[in-house]
Design a protein around this ligand. Sequence first.
Ligand SMILES: NC(=O)c1ccc[n+]([C@@H]2O[C@H](COP(=O)([O-])OP(=O)(O)OC[C@H]3O[C@@H](n4cnc5c(N)ncnc54)[C@H](O)[C@@H]3O)[C@@H](O)[C@H]2O)c1
Length: 284
Amino acid sequence: MGVFDDKVAVVTGAAVGLGNTFARALAAEGASLAVCDVRDENADLADELDSPVMAVHADVSDADDVKRFIDGAIDYYGQIDILVSNAGVWRASLPTDDMDKTIDDYDVVVGTNLKGVFLCGRAVIPHMIERGSGEIINVNTDHLHTCGAPFEWDHGDAPDCPWQADGPRPTGGGPAMDLYDASKWGINGLTFGWSQALEPHNIRVNALCMGATDSYMLRSFHNFDPSPEEEASWMKAEDVARVMLELIQDGRTGENIGFAVGHPVVLPARRTNPYYIPGDPTRD
Ligand SMILES: NC(=O)c1ccc[n+]([C@@H]2O[C@H](COP(=O)([O-])OP(=O)(O)OC[C@H]3O[C@@H](n4cnc5c(N)ncnc54)[C@H](O)[C@@H]3O)[C@@H](O)[C@H]2O)c1
């Protein structure tokens, strides 16, 4: 018996990386899955898991794809209980990029990371309201509260992190990813707006804000050959997934749950006075 027996979970971007681990963790607790991705390996989950898996090739930045995927899942299972909006992409972007590059970057990065979360939510929420319950997890980033630069990116003139001078290297954020960060900051508007609008409907909305976590994306930043020291510093997707399962069962809403490299990957106590941009596990 799993804690999500009789539940149906949607996970976007489930072919590799965190989404794949989230899908496996939900299935291990009994959930039936509807997963989408733009990679064909997404279909492998159906062969690899004992649980029911509906695997669809769909691009979360495309409204028609999202409607086809979500409506198809509702038709197939008759219900969706959990939405994990995980699909995401990263590209380096600078405010000085030429217009052709930057418009393409905007469409891909903001289209996937922010519009994808928006479209999946819009498609699922009416169904959850009709059912009178739902759990939505938006996958965000620790860039909301860290500073610094990724390991391989040389920003010698980036300012020091003001709150973690002697601590582990802070991850992410910074001058070479304005579009990625804008897309992720935008998710705050959806997470906090939805959490308030949907609380009367018994629908909870929270976000996961990870630092460097082992995944296809993170390995690609290191040409799939990270140094042992770097690799050892990463969080494990399985640990983030464990906390996600706890969060779904916890009953809170409207929180960013932060995971910072060098700190325990645990579900923090509920915030009695949430920050608008919380999620920093090193703060009270
Ligand atoms: N790994 C980290 O360190 C880290 C840290 C902070 C936040 N995140 C976030 O976690 C999420 C997962 O990242 P990851 O590291 O596992 O990346 P990943 O590249 O390993 O996996 C992302 C998955 O999303 C899929 N995807 C990309 N664009 C898509 C689209 N338009 N439609 C459908 N699927 C699409 C990819 O094909 C892939 O299977 C992302 O939202 C990312 O921004 C990751």
